[in-house]
Design a protein around this ligand. Structure first.
Ligand code: PGA
Length: 249
């Protein structure tokens, strides 16, 4: 099974309409690299404008509510994202799991809601520093997968992003061998939990301090199909080299 490379930018709580020019430049450059799927996940407020500014581009949300509608002040449902022009959504980012107390069951419910709304999903997992240092990273991440992976899904529409928490926004990255070990363990777990067909079709992204200098090495690691990029996704100058690295593999 050949899996297309997938490079996704997570703008987090950054971006005003003045930044739409960066998104347009990123998507224009991405079009020239036909072997790579590129997506950007801006804040909710920019989804509609970004989708309109870059017709055909994959624009996504960074979170969604598990319910379809209701009395959830401040929240946004998956089908609202789709209605605004989103094609995908990130669920279970560590900044949501840690900062907003989201459990594996919450993340699973969000992923199911997003799939039901027709969105693709990037489901994030990753261990804190103390767990990595104690040698428990793989067991920790596999338990997150056990608890947050939906029961039934289209593997073409669900990617898993491994993002060690200690590598996010810190400039620290695991060794290529550690990334390959983790991704291999994740794929074996998916094989056990979702079946061989799904496991071989699903894309596994690495995230955490990916930049133009380290992207080729990290994306070249075994079982890595792409990257989820935070800080380096905010400008075309920083993000396009990562897309180019993916295209070169
Ligand atoms: P970073 O963030 O690239 O800034 O480390 C990655 C992420 O949180 O998705």
């Amino acid at each position: 099974m050949t899996r297309r490379k997938y490079v996704v930018g997570n703008w987090k709580m950054n971006g005003l309409t003045a930044m739409l020019g960066e998104a347009k430049a990123i998507f224009a450059a991405a079009e020239t690299h036909t072997s790579v799927d590129v997506a950007l996940c801006p804040p909710f407020t920019l989804i509609g404008a970004m989708a309109a500014a870059a017709p055909g581009a994959a624009v996504g949300g960074q979170d969604c509510h598990a319910s379809a509608s209701g009395a959830f002040t401040g929240s946004v449902a998956a089908r609202m994202l789709a209605d605004a022009g989103a094609r995908l959504v990130i669920v279970g980012h560590s900044e949501r799991r840690e900062g907003f107390g989201e459990s594996d069951a919450d993340v699973c419910a969000k992923a199911e809601a997003a799939l039901a709304a027709g969105l693709s999903v990037i489901l994030c997992v990753g261990e804190p520093r103390a767990v990595r240092e104690s040698g428990g990273a793989i067991a920790y991440v596999l338990a997150q997968i056990a608890g947050s992976l939906p029961g039934e899904f289209d593997p073409a529409r669900l990617a898993v992003a491994y993002e060690p928490i200690w590598a996010i926004g810190t400039g620290l990255v695991p060794t290529v061998a550690d990334v390959a070990d983790m991704h291999g363990a994740i794929r074996a777990k998916l094989n056990e939990q979702a079946g061989a067909g799904a496991a071989s079709a699903m894309r596994l992204l690495y995230g955490g301090s990916v930049n133009g200098d380290n992207a080729a090495e990290l994306l070249g690691a075994g079982d890595v199909d792409g990257a989820l990029v935070g800080g380096a996704s905010l400008t075309a100058a920083k993000f396009v080299p990562i897309v180019e690295a993916a295209a070169s593999l």
